[in-house]
Design a protein. Sequence first.
Length: 310
Amino acid sequence: MGPFGELYERLPALVDVPAGLPLVITLTGFTDAGGAASQMHEYFRDEVQPEPLVVFNNDILLDYRARRPLVYFDQDHLTAYRPATLTLALAEDGLGQQFLVLSGYEPDFGWETFADTIVQLAEELEVSSATWVHAIPMPVPHTRPIGMTVSGNRRDLIDAHSAWRPHTQVPATAGHLLELRLSDSGLPVAGFVLLVPHYLGDTEHPGVAVAALEAIGIATGLSLTRDELRAASRDFLTKIQLQIEGNDELNRMVHGLEERYDSYMAGTPQRSTLIADGDLPSADELAAELERFLASNPFGDEDPNKPPQA
């Protein structure tokens, strides 16, 4: 035991977990384009209401000054203290199928110890597979389906669903380390990377959550309800489109992204929307232009069918 206690607490329900369940991993942290991880965390918390099995120790894994907990103040006294949480929990999908979900913040410290612990827990519970989803900003248009890249050792999923297969290096996350360690242990593992329009990367895009839940369903066979998120995504994209149609420069930018995306998906040798070059606007340029326009044309609660003002 270290100076701050054990790495995690095992709750009584852990002993009753059936063997052979799939594990779903969603950690908020370094990259969360479109609010993918945060929306999945909220979905699992609110919709499937998982039962905690393991609670990880914040004093060991969390940098409080980087991600400060919330305290609640009522007139003249504090009423509550709400730190972040990281748990392994038992959940059920819409058909009553059980699964495990590791959800919460990405650890700031002790990555190797954390990864070893998850591998040990997966072996103890005889987990059948591990699936994790995160999202990154890419120069793709919002008018096309959200694409994905699949990594891991599940060749069937990689061959069927990877739209982009780069040779590159990227800053690692704890999710990447978990994928490596779980894969090394012999567990079937799939990592889905959603490719989110770079100019919407800092927004909470409901369509990204839909794509994330669909990816989990593809990998696990789980039935995760998405109707409300689909409706919210349609409304979100309608409002974005109405605002963009009122600005010629944004229109040209989006059309350029569409042409490159379509060329890539058609398998032509031309450089694609997935590789920024030449006259393609940078993420900062497009996002800044969109932010300027939206600041003068806020969404509010306006009717999405109402034409944008000149």
